[in-house]
Design a protein around this ligand. Structure first.
Ligand code: GAR
Length: 210
């Protein structure tokens, strides 16, 4: 067995946790050379917490404070303390429905990534699959990007295309985007964990494996 320390990922989510599941499974099978060290949620009964516990991964609800779309200062500090205590190398947002502020962004500068259910910069914000359907685009998809102080605005690491079908409903389209997310997110995390990802301004490139 290797005595090298494994790359440690902290996952934050507010929902059912299917992306967490895909990431944890890819770590378990070695596709992502990393481990999920901690799962945190702003929702006490989020599916992601139950899924993490089923896998024996430490998982905690940390109250978000009084705001709907962000964490308050004390909550951000509590998230930072938990992530630092777990010695995570990277924070992966997986359906975490709050905008991060400076306490978290500064503590993990350049080390926070997110998955978004559209081809950014199109359709940032909420229910991006519904925005795409309502707009009438013929292709949409998902994006993994670094997190900055804006909403879904940081440098793009990877994208995967999903066609919009004539008979799509918001639910059917989101289901196909979800399936694409479950491929894209582990692929991007594997490259980051292997140290292959370089960032120059807005451009993110992948170095070939040695
Ligand atoms: C995913 O589709 C993710 O892209 C989206 O929430 C869903 C979470 O699903 N995130 C956002 O919309 C963030 N702006 P999951 O809990 O099953 O992983």
């Amino acid at each position: 067995m290797s005595d090298l320390r494994r790359f440690r990922i902290g996952v934050l989510g507010s929902g059912k946790g299917s992306n967490f599941e895909a990431i944890a499974q890819a770590c378990a099978t070695g596709i992502v050379p990393a481990e999920v060290a901690l799962v945190l949620s702003d929702c006490p009964d989020a599916g992601i917490l139950a899924r993490a516990k089923e896998r024996g991964i430490p998982a905690r609800y940390i109250p978000p404070g009084p705001f709907k779309t962000k964490l308050d200062d004390a909550a951000e500090r509590a998230y930072v303390e938990a992530l630092q205590a777990a010695a995570v190398d990277l924070v992966a947002l997986a359906g975490f429905m709050r905008v991060l502020k400076s306490t978290l962004l500064n503590a993990f500068a350049g080390r926070i990534v997110n998955i978004h259910p559209s081809l950014l910069p199109s359709f940032p914000g909420l229910a991006a699959w519904k925005q795409a359907l309502d707009y009438g685009v013929k292709v949409t998809g998902c994006t993994v990007h670094f997190v900055d102080a804006g909403v879904d605005s940081g440098p793009i690491i990877g994208q995967q295309i999903v066609p919009v079908l004539d008979d799509d409903t918001p639910e059917s389209l989101h289901a196909r985007i979800h399936a694409a997310e479950h491929e894209l997110y582990p692929r991007c995390l594997a490259a980051i964990a292997r140290g292959q990802v370089r960032v120059q301004g807005r451009r993110v490139t992948f170095q070939r494996a040695a």
